[in-house]
Design a protein around this ligand. Structure first.
Ligand SMILES: CC(C)(COP(=O)(O)OP(=O)(O)OC[C@H]1O[C@@H](n2cnc3c(N)ncnc32)[C@H](O)[C@@H]1OP(=O)(O)O)[C@@H](O)C(=O)NCCC(=O)NCCS
Length: 148
């Protein structure tokens, strides 16, 4: 499979099909907020963001995505997604490793992700890659605008 897949940086021309993939994958979308075209374009222009897409080499078909970010202190893995028909072939794990490589190159020693309760596939991927679950931590968020 390795030679059949290309992992490269997101380009704004990818935007529509990435949104379609995320919707098919059931990821919560904020099309008027941080997932808007302008929002994604702005994020990908930042030095602390690396947005990767995986494509089938032969067809150019979008296979998956991952968005790595950091705040200078901790690395965050967001928006891991793999097209349903291509799952359980190691693509998700390869995307996480690619994100980890980049976060490592930026000097980050701790990597983290937020996973919704019940998302067993995602938890299994991260657990298989050495991530530990922290049930003692509860996520709090404040939205400064609706839909952000
Ligand atoms: C989570 C997701 C990205 C995994 O992608 P994937 O390419 O199928 O994952 P991989 O093939 O790399 O899996 C690596 C390992 O994780 C574990 N794993 C992956 N999916 C699993 C599942 N459904 N059930 C149990 N274990 C699973 C296995 O140990 C697997 O290795 P194996 O196939 O050799 O047994 C994919 O299921 C997906 O896109 N889900 C919808 C979007 C989503 O929930 N994203 C995460 C948001 S936090």
């Amino acid at each position: 499979m390795a030679e059949d897949l290309v992992i490269r940086g997101f380009r704004i021309e990818d935007y529509d099909r990435v949104m379609e993939l995320w919707a098919r994958c059931g990821l919560p979308l904020k099309p008027l907020g941080r997932d808007s075209r302008e929002g994604i374009a702005a994020q990908t222009g930042l030095a602390n963001v690396r947005f990767l897409v995986a494509e089938e080499a032969a067809t150019g078909r979008l296979a998956g995505t991952i968005l790595a970010t950091h705040d200078g202190r901790k690395g965050w893995i967001n928006r891991l997604s793999v097209e349903a028909s291509l799952r359980r072939r190691g693509i998700g794990a390869r995307l996480v490793r690619a994100a980890e490589d980049w976060l490592g190159s930026q000097g980050l020693g701790i990597l983290a992700c937020l996973i919704e309760e019940g998302n067993d596939a995602s938890m299994a991927v991260f657990q298989a890659l050495g991530y530990k679950k922290h049930p003692e931590i509860v996520y709090f968020a404040k939205r400064r605008f609706p839909g952000v």
